[in-house]
Every structure is written in structure tokens, then in C-alpha cells.
Ligand binder design. Sequence first.
Ligand code: AR6
Length: 200
Amino acid sequence: MRERLKVVEGDITRLAVEVIVNGANNSLLGGGGVDGAIHDAAGPELRTECKRHGGCATGDAKLTHGYKLRAKYVIHAVGPIWKGGGEGEAAVLASCYQRALEIAAAHRFKTMAFPSISTGFYGYPLEEACRIAIRTCAEFLKNSEWPQQVTFVGFGQHDYKVYRAALTEMLGGTRAPMEGKGGTRPPMSGKGGTRPPVKA
Ligand code: AR6
């Protein structure tokens, strides 16, 4: 299971995984941070498809196509705004990851990448958030063949190091030489194959 989780440093919009996750807001109509970067890279059709969802509840996630992105699909997850930790933020953050994983598994996506949801504009402390991310994904993968691989994307050296340290501490090291700078590498695994039709 440990080898199914990895960390890279870089820009999630450049990853050649099958599905990337977006740290969105309730409107799903775009914003700053990773959301802005994903909409910019995907092009305006992404917003048009997002509009059709009519928003997304906090702690939930919605699927769209990836348009001009290298990733074929995007799962838009809405994380909690940090209010000090006493308002159920941890459960809501775990729910975002869980819902995104459920969607990926339902569509049998092989490779999936997460940004560090809620740790930018929404102010969630990074160390705590990355533990929730790792724990939720590790638990999910224990019981699911899909997605086959989950990548955590650290945006910048600091975030990358925090994720690496947490992964090693929580799940041990890996012998697979798969981790490192990821944003500009060649595809990490193939897209395509036969998939059930996607209902976005
Ligand atoms: N690739 C990977 N990670 C990124 C990228 C990127 N291109 N750009 C930023 N990050 P944030 P949130 C990291 O603020 O906290 C938006 O306006 C960033 O360093 O993007 O969930 C939405 O519309 C941080 O670690 O999302 C919402 O209104 C992480 O992504 C609100 O912000 C999340 O930071 C959501 O806030």
C-alpha cells in the first residue's frame, strides 16, 4: 500500500495523471490558488461544465473533464475554512478526500493527484491537514483497488518536505525510487485504457 502513495513537488496542472483534484469553493466557478491555476490551464470550457453542477457542498466533491489539462478529469473538492479547529474542520477535510477517492474509484481512475486542500486561502495548518490527507487515502486504498496510485503534490519545497516527512512517519519509507520533483516530468503513467463512461 505504501508504494501506492507518493509525494512530488510541483504544479498540479502539469501532472500527467488521469485525474487531478482541485481545491475549489462552493460556487465551483473558479477562484485563486490551485483553483485559479487549474481553470487557467484547462480553459473556459471547464467553467461551463462546472456551472452545470450548480455548486458543491463543503466536504463534498464533483467530477468534470480536464479539457486542456494533461489530466483527463478534475475532481473539484471543497475543503473547510479553518476556524481554529473546534468547528469540525478535521472531519470535513477528511470528507473531501474521501469523496474525491470514492469518485475516482467509481470511475476506476488509475492515477490521481491531490493538492493540499484548504491549506492556502482557507488557512488550515499544513501539518495537520497533510496527516488527514495521508490517513484518509491510506485507509481508503486498503479496501480499494482504485485508484492504483495517489500522488500528493507539495507546492514548493516546504510543503513537499512536510508531506514527505509525514508519509515516512505515518507509513514508513519506500524502496521505490518514485518520489521527487514531479511537475515537469514525463508522464508518470498512461492515461486511457477502457473506462466506463464518465458522468460528470
Ligand atoms: N499546484 C499545486 N498546488 C498548488 C498550486 C498548484 N498550481 N497552486 C496553489 N497550490 P489554495 P484552499 C497549493 O489557496 O486553501 C481558491 O480561491 C497552495 O500552496 O489554492 O483550499 C478557491 O476558489 C496550498 O498548499 O486552496 C477557494 O475559494 C494548496 O494548493 C479557496 O481558494 C491549497 O491552497 C480554497 O482555498
